[in-house]
Ligand binder design. Structure first.
Ligand SMILES: *Cc1c(COP(=O)(O)O)cnc(C)c1O
Length: 381
């Protein structure tokens, strides 16, 4: 028989890379809830597994899929997106200089400013939509990590991954990317020169708003990656077996969900671009969006399911619109099958850099026309 040509992501996802249950022939991988594993009389482990804090057999399919989709050397699942992200910072050494973006997931921003600084990391936030700002901030020999997020939460700001990767590499710094909004299907940061990719698997990867989880994927299985794995297993930031199973199930439809969500987000962005009550539509797929050219170069297959609307009338106009919606769910988070809308400035509080008139939208799998009609009605006089 001829060997099969390499599979495309849709095939790997739909068939979960062929993972199943070899003992029963079941097509679906089983859940292994055991916390511990038996040794044979000769004191050897049966299958190399020892205890469920280092890992669980249910992680294998998720990690293999992420490694394949991101084109990496290895992946690891975590108990949340935040533990995945903070593990990277914990793997650094006190005194290390770290460059982060000004537009950054809110909880991570708070953790970096509140904890990482206390532990001796020197955190510097720069405008990463302009690579020259990253270049100016890099300190060769001192900067250990450049962290970016693209498209960024909640303004959809775009970082030029290839440009920043090159700058970081020349300065001897690692480059890590929070690619949650882009998913592994629309962007592959490792191919553009990143060393690590992080996802909040709570969002698109699981896709059903019923699991909190995170992932990291590395370009090379180096000493830094081994440090990350030790932090997970010794610190215990592990995902439960049932959550890992749900995540593996959600992943099987990732390509279908993301394609539909990209189409709906673009339809919404185009529809509301010229609306009299909309001050601006923030979406990387719109030609007039500042990061569009870079996004078009480094994303393929779509620009994601996230967009933001800036509503006339400031915070009041935004909150009034929110209050009148009947179909969109007023809730935080993103990437699920139901469409969510949120006034980020209320959640982030008085120190928030988010414009007060901004509503963040996560498109789900409903009919795009229904979603547009609900927003139209909420924006009407
Ligand atoms: C949600 C999110 C996180 C944090 O993930 P959790 O799974 O909630 O811990 C990090 N980055 C981005 C961009 C996110 O949207």
């Amino acid at each position: 028989m001829q060997p099969l040509p390499p599979h495309r992501p849709a095939t790997d996802l739909a068939q979960a890379l062929g993972f199943g249950d070899p003992t029963s022939g079941g097509l679906v991988p089983p859940i292994q809830p055991s916390t511990t594993y038996e040794r044979r009389p000769d004191n050897q482990l049966v299958a190399g597994r020892l205890y469920s804090r280092p890992d669980n057999p249910g992680y294998d399919v998720v990690e293999a899929l992420l490694t394949r989709l991101e084109g990496g050397a290895a992946s690891a699942v975590f108990s949340s997106g935040m533990t995945a992200a903070t593990t990277v910072f914990q793997a650094l050494k006190p005194g290390d200089h770290v460059i982060v973006p000004q537009q950054l997931y809110w909880a991570l921003r708070n953790w970096l400013l509140g904890w990482a600084s206390d532990w001796g990391l020197r955190i510097e936030a720069v405008d990463q939509t302009r690579p020259e700002c990253v270049a100016a901030a890099l300190r060769p020999g001192e900067t250990a990590l450049v962290w970016t997020e693209t498209p960024a939460n909640p303004t959809l700001a775009v970082t030029d991954l290839a440009a920043v990767a090159e700058l970081a590499r020349k300065a001897g710094a690692r480059f890590a990317v929070d690619s949650t909004f882009a998913t592994p299907l629309l962007s592959q940061p490792l191919a553009l020169g990143a060393d690590l990719v992080m996802h909040s698997a709570t969002k698109y990867l699981n896709g059903h708003s019923d699991v909190i989880a995170g992932t990291l994927t590395t370009r090379s299985n180096d000493a830094f990656w081994q440090r990350i794995l030790r932090i997970r297993s010794q610190g215990g930031a592990v995902l439960g077996p049932f959550e890992a199973w749900l995540l593996a199930r959600g992943l099987r439809t990732l390509h279908v969900r993301v394609a539909a969500q990209c189409r709906t987000a673009l339809a919404l962005a185009r529809h509301f671009e010229a609306h009299p009550r909309i001050v601006a539509v923030l979406y990387p797929g719109l030609e007039g969006f500042p990061g569009h050219a870079v996004a078009a170069r480094q994303m393929s297959g779509g620009f994601g399911g996230m967009l933001a609307l800036r509503v006339a009338g400031g915070a009041e106009g935004a909150l009034r619109t929110l209050s009148r919606l009947r179909l969109w769910k007023r809730a935080t988070s993103l990437g699920g099958v139901e469409s969510l809308i949120e006034h980020r400035a209320s959640l982030e509080g008085p120190t928030s850099p988010t414009p007060p008139d901004l509503l963040r939208l996560s498109t789900g799998l409903e009919d795009a026309g229904d979603l547009i009609a609900d927003l139209e009605a909420a924006l009407a006089d």
